[in-house]
Ligand binder design. Structure first.
Ligand code: CA
Length: 236
């Protein structure tokens, strides 16, 4: 059976685009344009497996809708966000979104992220009704982030990082295993992100990797996900 994905977006052209793309990629995508409709769909008995939420909605915000959904179900939530200020809230502990996509986004990128989140959730909690799964099976990552001193220790060694590398690695450390796209990493690590800079993320990751390998050659702490982005290794 195709996984059912609920998309809440009031801008009709974006909604239609996203639904079309998700359907093409093998999902059973349903759309809503208000928070009230979305809660109706969620509680209406349909087996919705994941929700994609826009933040600016006519009758509520994506933040409030997320809280309302989370009080009733544990389905993963992906946000569509437009501004950096929103990204901070989306990533915050309070909301704890499973992922987010920065507008303007390509519908294919969103489909890839929906697939990745569903795969991760299926691996973490085979029984959807079970208690929230403990993440990962292995030991904690051998990384300590000292935000006050802007230092990250890897196997106890402080890494000699530039401020951009520090911000990149701190972002990856926040959610080991989560795959971040180049555009997400750029928004997290640069003050003025610009689409033309996406390739520079690769260069900084390469430099980070070699600094971490200098401390410990194996295992590879940073993982590349072709066509998606990068993540910090989840199990050690
Ligand atoms: Ca909107």
């Amino acid at each position: 059976m195709k996984p059912k994905v609920l998309v809440v977006e009031d801008e009709l052209s974006i909604l239609e685009n996203v639904l079309y793309s998700l359907q093409t990629e093998g999902f059973d995508a349903v759309g809503c344009r208000t928070g009230a409709e979305a809660m109706g769909a969620l509680l209406g008995g349909d087996d919705i497996r994941l929700a994609v939420l826009d933040i600016g909605l006519p009758d509520t915000t994506g933040f409030d809708l997320c809280r309302e959904m989370r009080s009733r179900t544990r389905i993963p939530i992906i946000f569509l966000t437009a501004r950096d200020a929103e990204i901070d809230r989306v990533l915050g502990l309070e909301l704890g979104a499973d992922d987010y996509v920065v507008k303007p986004f390509s519908p294919r990128e969103l489909s890839a992220r929906v697939r990745a989140v569903l795969r991760r959730c299926a691996a973490a909690a085979p029984d959807a009704d079970a208690a929230p799964a403990q993440t990962g099976g292995g030991a904690a990552a051998p990384l300590e982030v000292d935000g006050d001193r802007m230092v990250i220790r890897y196997f106890g060694e402080p890494l000699p990082l530039s401020s951009t590398e520090f911000r990149l690695l701190r972002t990856l450390c926040a959610h080991p295993g989560r795959v971040y796209s180049r555009s997400q990493l750029m928004h997290a690590a640069w003050d003025e992100p610009d689409a033309a800079m996406e390739r520079t993320v690769d260069a900084h990751i390469k430099s980070l990797r070699s600094k971490m390998r200098a401390v410990r050659a194996e295992p590879d702490a940073l993982q590349t996900h072709r066509g998606l982005g990068y993540s910090l290794r989840e199990t050690w």
